[in-house]
Design a protein around this ligand. Sequence first.
Ligand SMILES: [Mg+2]
Length: 396
Amino acid sequence: MPDANQPPEREGTGALPGIPPASLPPVRWRIYVDLDAFYVSCELRDRPDLKGRPVIVGPPPSEGPTRGVVLSASYEARKFGIRSALPAVIAARLCPEATWIPPDFAKYEQISHDVRTLLGGYSEDVVPYSIDEAALGIEATTKEEARAVAERIQRDLADALGLPASLGVATTRLVAKIATDRAKPGGIGVVAPEEVAEFVAPLPVRVVPGVGPKTDEILRLHGILTIGDLASRRPSEVSGWLGEFGRELVALARGTPVEAPETSMGPRSRSTDHTFVTDVASWEEIGTAVREMARELGYSLEREGLRYGAVGVAFRWADFSRSQRSRTLTASREGIAPLTDLAVRLAHELWESEQAGRERPVRTVSVRTERLTERTQRQVSLDDYPPTARRPLAPK
Ligand SMILES: [Mg+2]
């Protein structure tokens, strides 16, 4: 373990060219990066003629009836009310002139990898949150300096990879994420620590990741509509309604957000399931669902620094019977692509063996990882240091 009193050495976060080394102590910032309309942006690199037009990535409805959904829509298509997860048939009706492109997940995965490599040039501490979102830690002495890094990343993503992105900069990931959402599309939002309370006050509670319709409803019943409404409430009162999360919301409202730990000692297995809107009898659709679910699961393990020793896939058929298949690995593994490939392979084997000669549609699919272990070599991040070692905030 490094000496906790000694700031760790970092690379790639040095002073910016043209800016003299400052005498103020550096502050730890989180830059949240969210690629705009990611699947569409990946496709536009190969089809620049479609820029500025309504484009939808999803199963083209012209190729016959589909129960598929929109995976990504360009901002021009969104003006017609088209959103991710909207059924393709409805999207086609809302915007008949849209160009449809079938998804190419291998391409998106590769480009996502290129993005992470590019971000790795700015910081050793890059945490992926999904195929098109990641956060990185940097050090900067002032808000302006932090913003300059974000601007450079945004320019770099556009120039080197042809990808538009929105970025949020704050001293916690939570606030950086909220700032990113407010900056979409194509913007940069920067919130200094002393500005947090004022920044979040007018926003509806729903903008906080983790606040869904149920939590929103509970808060509404207590007369809370905006985050600012929480600032004067007692943490114990709000945690009475929402558990520990209630305390975090009050802390956010008061401008002292709690940083959620990136690593947790959760249960030793992790699973995710998906029930189709209508039962599905095509391998195409099932394979796509399994791939998406395995990928999301892979990202959550990655983010928590976990390796997996076994992978399983299960189907619940329309008649509610259940079949499953799993594989225990000889050694524990990490990485999103191997998990995705194995889950799809297991699902395909299951589909082939159980479906043969029968016409059974699938109701629910689930993907599971087991025998989870902590990655032994964890990257040391500043968050590992006691608060006193990382806290000094630059005076304004
Ligand atoms: Mg995005």
